[in-house]
Write a protein that binds this ligand. Sequence first.
Ligand code: BJW
Length: 224
Amino acid sequence: MRIVVLTGAGISAESGLATFRDAGGLWEGHSVADVATPEGFARDPDTVLAFYDERRRIAASALPNAAHHALARLEEALGDGVLVVTQNVDDLHERAGTRRLVHMHGELFRALCTRCLARTPWTGDLRNRPECPHCGARALRPDVVWFGEMPYGLDRIDDAVSACDVFVSVGTSGEVYPAAGYAALAAAHGARTVELNLAPSDPVLPFDDVRAGPATAVVPAWVD
Ligand code: BJW
């Protein structure tokens, strides 16, 4: 049995990390064009670095919840048959024990040097313009994927989604591509598709099974 689980901000909501598009979300008070595009970063790096420094601090003190733990149990039970593809930049899946994981939109706890392109584990602030440990340039940005940039791991994800028996979408609004197209891709290859979400999304193709509720309830119930 091969299972691909796509997760979004909703799985980390009950760990205290705000989603993007819900009321009170991360982008309330911020324009998406200002904080989630390379052009916004070029215009006002201080604002963008401060936005991510704050999120890195909050994520560092958050804990994985019952939904992250349930997905780690699924991998423990099924081994290589499970791949978690997360759009989230927090590290709650790995802290819960998930190992087969792709961070398609990057990671808060990594810095990317815009000079030498080295990716470095990073826990501190970036707005104070620290040096890149590889080339010494003061040119670090968060290693996250903004609109117009290429997500990470696309070949591995496409292969897994095209070959899976079950595709599960957890806590994502399905508004951002290419992730939003994966349920349709899986269905086109014959997979059964499942959505676990507080408020079910409006997918390109309907899911075979939709279970509404908070991730900490519906994900463990689906896994166990
Ligand atoms: C709960 C809950 C609880 C709440 N329990 N659930 C095709 C058509 C049109 C446009 C495009 C297209 N292809 C590409 C584009 C352009 C663009 C795009 O998609 N634009 C759209 C706006 C239309 N895409 C890109 O630019 C991407 N790059 C790209 O396409 O490269 C070229 C390419 C070409 C061909 C093939 C492949 C590639 C890059 C997208 C980068 C997105 N980056 C961000 C920021 C990351 C850094 C950061 O974290 O700041 O990623 S944007 C933001 O949205 C973040 C998220 O990962 C992403 C998705 O958000 P998510 O996770 O779904 O959160 P929300 O808030 O939207 O939803 C939360 C959900 O949780 C809701 O459903 C709630 O109900 C639920 N929920 N509480 C369970 N307790």
